[in-house]
Ligand binder design. Structure first.
Ligand code: IPM
Ligand code: MN
Length: 351
C-alpha cells in the first residue's frame, strides 16, 4: 500500500559538477515532497573508465521501472583520461532519450528579475523575457542515421540523414499548442522550410493542420537563422517555440545565454504517453574546470527538480521551488558556494 504511494526517482548524478548540483536538488526535493524516494545510479565518464559500461541493457531495464530520472551531467573529470567524443553523448544521454521515447524536450527560458542579461537595456526593456522552447527529442539529425565510406581517403563520404516522422512531429507540435494555450496563446514554429523542403514541408503542414484545433493560439513562423537574430533583438515576443532536435539544441543554448547564462537553464525530457520515465536535467554540462570546488550554481538542477515535481503531479511543490529560486535570484548576494546557495533556498522553503 505504502509502496504504491511513494514515487521512485532514479538519480544519475554523473561527473564533474553533476554530483555537487544534484546533491542540492535532491535535498530540496526531499524537503518539499516526502513521498519521493531516491536511488542512485553510477553512470558517466568515471563509471565507464572504472567498469567499461556506458549504459547496458540491464541498467536501462532497471531505470525503466522508475517514475522519473534526475540527471546531473556527464563528461570526463579533470585529470582523468579523456572519453572519446560521442561515446557518452550517443551511448548514454541520447540512448536514454531515445529508449524512453522522450519526444518532448522542454526548455524554459526566463530572464528572472534581478538577473542581468548580456543584452542591452533597450532590448530587455521591451518586456519580460519568458518563453519555452519545445524541442523534439527523438529524431532529426540526432538519429545516427548515416555512415562513412572510403574513410581516411580523399574520397571519403560521410552522411547524416535527418529523420522526421509524421508521428513524432505531430506529437511535439500538439504538445506545444497545448502549452501555448495554457500560457500566452502564442506559438512560433522555427525551421528552414525554404531549404529543407522535405522535412520543413512536413513540419509546416502539420503545424498548420493542428492549428485548427487551437483557434485561441496565435501562430508565427521563423526560419532558424532569423530566429537566432530575433532571440537577441526582440526576445520578449516569444511565448512558446516549437522546433526540431538540432535547431532546438542550438536555440536553447542561445536562450540560456540571453537569460543570464546556463547556470539557471533547466530542462525536461518528457515521455508524453507516460510509457517510460521522463528525465530531468540542467542544460549545463559537467564543467570539469570548476568541478570539486563547490563553485557550481545548483539552481539549474534545482529548477529541473521543480519540473520533475510538476510532471509527477505535485504542482504546489513545483511552484514553491520556482518561487523560492526566483526570490533567491532577486536578492543581492556576494560570492556563494554551491552548498550555500542550496542551503539558502532550502531554509527559505522550510522556514
Ligand atoms: C544538450 C546537449 C546534448 C544535446 C548532447 C550532450 C548530446 O548539448 O542536452 O543540449 O545535443 O542534446
Ligand atoms: Mn545542447
Amino acid at each position: 500500500m505504502l509502496e504504491t504511494m511513494s514515487q521512485q526517482i532514479a538519480v544519475i548524478a554523473g561527473d564533474g559538477i553533476g554530483p555537487e548540483v544534484i546533491a542540492q536538488a535532491v535535498q530540496i526535493l526531499r524537503a518539499v515532497d516526502g513521498s519521493l524516494s531516491f536511488d542512485e545510479f553510477s553512470l558517466g565518464a568515471t563509471h565507464w573508465q572504472a567498469s567499461g559500461e556506458v549504459l547496458s541493457d540491464e541498467t536501462l531495464k532497471e531505470l525503466a521501472r522508475y517514475d522519473a530520472i534526475l540527471l546531473g551531467a556527464v563528461g570526463a573529470n579533470p585529470g582523468s583520461d579523456q572519453v572519446p567524443s560521442g561515446l557518452l553523448e550517443r551511448g548514454l544521454l541520447l540512448k536514454l532519450r531515445f529508449a524512453f521515447d522522450h519526444g518532448v524536450n522542454l526548455r524554459p527560458a526566463r530572464l528572472y528579475p534581478g538577473m542581468s542579461s548580456p543584452l542591452a537595456p533597450r532590448i530587455t526593456d521591451q518586456g519580460p523575457i519568458d518563453f519555452v522552447v519545445v524541442r523534439e527529442g527523438t529524431e532529426g539529425l540526432y538519429c545516427g542515421n548515416g555512415g562513412v565510406v572510403r574513410q581516411g581517403t580523399d574520397q571519403e563520404i560521410a552522411t547524416e540523414t535527418s529523420i522526421n516522422t509524421a508521428f513524432a512531429v505531430e506529437r511535439v507540435i500538439r504538445f506545444a499548442y497545448r502549452l501555448a494555450a495554457e500560457r500566452q496563446q502564442h506559438l512560433t514554429l522555427v525551421h528552414k522550410h525554404n531549404v529543407l523542403v522535405n522535412a520543413g514541408g512536413l513540419w509546416r503542414r502539420l503545424f498548420q493542420e493542428i492549428a485548427t484545433e487551437f483557434p485561441q493560439v496565435n501562430t508565427d513562423y521563423l526560419h532558424i537563422d532569423a530566429a537566432t537574430i530575433a532571440l537577441v533583438t526582440a526576445p520578449s515576443q516569444f511565448d512558446v517555440i516549437v522546433t526540431d532536435n538540432l535547431f532546438g539544441d542550438i536555440l536553447t543554448d542561445e536562450a540560456a545565454a540571453v537569460t543570464g547564462g546556463i547556470g539557471l537553464a533547466a530542462s525536461a525530457n518528457l515521455n508524453v504517453e507516460g510509457a517510460f520515465p521522463s528525465m530531468f536535467e540542467p542544460v549545463h554540462g559537467s564543467a570539469p574546470d570548476i568541478a570539486g570546488h563547490n563553485l557550481a550554481d545548483p539552481r539549474a538542477a534545482i529548477l529541473s527538480g521543480a519540473m520533475l515535481l510538476r510532471h509527477l503531479g505535485n504542482h504546489e511543490g513545483a511552484i514553491a521551488i520556482e518561487r523560492t529560486v526566483a526570490g533567491d535570484i532577486a536578492k543581492e548576494h556576494g560570492h556563494r558556494t554551491t552548498d550555500q546557495i542550496g542551503k539558502a533556498i532550502l531554509s527559505e522553503l522550510t522556514h
